[in-house]
Design a protein around this ligand. Structure first.
Ligand SMILES: *Cc1c(COP(=O)(O)O)cnc(C)c1O
Length: 219
């Protein structure tokens, strides 16, 4: 199937309130153009250099850009001028650097906090208590807008393990939403990728990040 068909088919299964983030990493701008032509306007990238190049090449096209990869503090200037949402804030150090960048550049940066859940040692992210701690002093991050949580399930064929991960992310999300009702903009739950987005919907995903199932395998 082609890119347009893939998008339309996924969209037909997504509830209207769930945002599709088309993960275009490793794919050329022509593929993004094809997706744009069928009405897809939100794209995700995970490498700062590639993100910057594409955002510049496609500026003025009405794209909503999400950054979804590990971000080093020395690469902020490649990402923050273009990102409509940084989904992958995974350390306090990074959060502070983004806040500082925002202060210097007169911008408020919308972010999701990435929760550490998957079993793999390599997965980045915060533990629940760290997220709690950050939100307790959310006011002190003046140039950050906290929009919700992002998480990745363990990369496994075992559906029970994936469900356990999503369930844990959802529980943390519900807990925080109850605890901080005043942060009405803290409402996004970004879970679900090509292999598990249908399951993620059952756990209340408000955003799904889908690459391979739209653009095909990455080279
Ligand atoms: C690459 C990536 C995705 C998309 O993965 P697919 O399996 O190709 O859909 C989603 N989220 C993050 C954080 C990614 O890095």
């Amino acid at each position: 199937m082609g890119i347009a068909q893939n998008i339309l088919s996924i969209k037909s299964e997504l509830p209207p309130q769930v945002k599709l983030v088309a993960v275009s990493k490793f794919h050329p701008c022509e593929d993004i153009e094809e997706a744009l032509a069928c009405g897809q306007t939100c794209f995700g990238e995970n490498r700062p250099q590639e993100f910057e190049k594409k955002a510049q090449a496609l500026s003025g096209r009405g794209i909503e850009w999400h950054f979804i990869g590990h971000l080093q503090t020395n690469k902020l200037k490649m990402v923050l001028p273009y990102a409509d949402l940084v989904q992958s804030v995974d350390s306090l150090h990074l959060l502070q650097a983004i806040d500082e960048w925002g202060r210097k550049n007169g911008k408020v940066i919308p972010v999701l906090l990435e929760l550490h859940v998957a079993a793999e040692e390599t997965k980045q992210g915060f533990y629940e208590e760290e997220v709690l701690d950050i939100l307790f002093r959310a006011e002190s991050f003046k140039n950050i807008s906290f929009r919700g949580l992002m998480g990745m399930a363990t990369n496994t064929d075992c559906e029970d393990d994936v469900r356990a991960d999503f369930s844990r992310i959802r529980a943390c999300y519900d807990y925080l939403r109850d605890l901080f009702p005043e942060y009405s903009s803290f409402k996004e739950l970004s879970i679900g990728m090509s292999g598990d987005w249908r399951i993620a919907l059952e756990y209340g995903a408000t955003m799904v990040r889908i690459g391979t199932a739209i653009f095909g395998p990455r080279i």
